[in-house]
Design a protein around this ligand. Structure first.
Ligand code: FAD
Length: 382
């Protein structure tokens, strides 16, 4: 196992300080290793999750070579030549497990933001104190964006949040964590070959969730109550002005509708599945409140906004792959983790084999299927 940094590198280097997992502790589970603490419904801090992964590495005796940056992978006869910062390795099979979130995805027009406005991405943001005093424009209302907007608003800064398509979720439903429902109802286990629009499922934004001791819901209504101003999707910069899409009402209505459908599905599953675990009565949530008159533009030269936080998603980095298996958009081409080059595999990408594939909780089932295939390949190839 080659790791360019340390074990749990992404959690040590690529997350903000206050981050807690949005998955409950009982879902922090890796093969043969699970959360053993006294708070299964709580959410791990960065220190907790780093210790958890360190613990797994030690318990599993994983042969990790740290400080080994892979700079190139190329086909060499019936094997691969792997070039690393510690030298070259020849291997008949390779699993690409370099993560789905290696770099921030930022729109091109970021380059047109006036130089007087600081810019930071969710990838390199650490805490509110590192931003200049004054207004912040947070871009993107998925898990990272809503969490950073809330943290910045609590730090006393005026926060504007640019909202595009998003996935609304309450933290708990009928007394249970929403991710309990996702898991027990089978939604998270939906397989890649059962999903109608797999491309879309793979591009779906992360849900608006946060892990706090109070198990609070962090949706747009909660942010509005904290004083966060909502504007539409940031579409362009013109003459130093940020231009936002209109139609927030439709964007909110769509997210509310999808939430209703998800909850309807959970209710139906609970009624018909014979699940005898106790849950509360069905609930429905207030529609997302539409601002009276959402601003359509904002002058970035006027001093109102001192910094922009891009929470517009992440992308994998496959530039080190010298095998023709990456499409024009930089996405690795694979079928359930089996890459179209003999002996090459992938893990940890969105909906790789199931909806839960990119979560810690999701890796076990995927890893089993992928390593089964890999073992078959090595045996057949002998
Ligand atoms: C902000 C954020 C919050 C998240 N919250 C949760 C959550 O609450 N619960 C949850 O289950 N999941 C969460 N996730 C998803 C989380 O990233 C995954 O669950 C988990 O980290 C995936 O593990 P991985 O090993 O596939 O990828 P990563 O953790 O990204 O690990 C990939 C490793 O590969 C190394 N690497 C990359 N390129 C190279 C190279 N060329 N050579 C050598 N090494 C390399 C990296 O240093 C890194 O250590 C979150 C993700 C983000 C971005």
């Amino acid at each position: 196992m080659l790791e360019r940094g340390e074990v749990a590198n992404s959690w040590r280097r690529e997350r903000w300080d206050s981050l807690r997992l949005l998955t409950p502790n009982w879902q922090s589970r890796l093969p043969g290793y699970e959360y053993q603490g006294s708070d299964p419904d709580g959410y791990m801090s960065l220190t907790d999750v780093t210790e958890f992964i360190d613990g797994f590495a030690a318990a599993s005796g994983a042969p990790v070579r740290t400080g080994a940056n892979v700079t190139s992978l190329r086909r060499a006869g019936d094997a691969y030549r792997v070039t690393t910062s510690l030298g070259e390795i020849r291997s008949r099979a390779v699993v690409i497990a370099t993560g789905a979130c290696n770099q921030p995805a930022v729109p091109r027009f970021a380059a047109e933001v006036p130089a007087s406005v600081d810019q930071v991405t969710a990838w390199d943001y650490r805490d509110p104190g590192k931003l200049p005093d004054g207004g912040v424009l947070v871009v993107g209302a998925s898990a990272s964006g809503v969490q950073l907007a809330a943290e910045l608003a609590k730090s006393g800064r005026p926060v504007t949040l640019a909202v595009g398509e998003h996935v609304r979720m309450p933290r708990t439903y009928r007394g249970r964590d929403i991710l309990w429902w996702m898991d027990f109802s089978g939604v998270w286990d939906q397989r890649h070959d059962e999903i109608d629009d797999l491309d879309r499922a793979r591009r779906l934004p992360s849900p608006q969730l946060v892990g706090t001791p109070e198990r609070a819901t962090l949706d747009l209504n909660a942010l509005t109550a904290m004083g966060v101003e909502l504007v539409g999707r940031w579409a362009a910069v013109r003459d130093g002005r940020a231009l936002f899409s209109g139609g927030l009402r439709n964007v909110f209505a769509l997210a509310d509708l999808k939430l209703e459908r998800l909850l309807d599905g959970f209710d139906e599953w609970h009624q018909t599945s014979g699940c005898d675990l106790e849950v509360g009565p069905p609930e429905r949530f207030a529609p997302t409140r539409v601002p009276q008159a959402a601003r359509l533009q904002l002058d970035l030269r006027g001093g109102e906004i001192r910094s922009v936080v891009w929470a517009t998603g992440y992308r994998p980095d496959h530039q080190w792959l010298d095998v023709p298996v990456v499409d024009a958009k930089g996405q690795l081409q694979h079928e359930g983790g089996v890459v179209a080059s003999p002996g090459l595999y992938a893990l940890g990408l969105p909906v790789l084999r199931r909806r839960k594939s990119t979560f810690i909780y999701g890796i076990e089932d995927d890893a089993r299927a992928v390593t089964d295939h890999l073992a078959g390949y090595l045996t057949a190839d002998r």
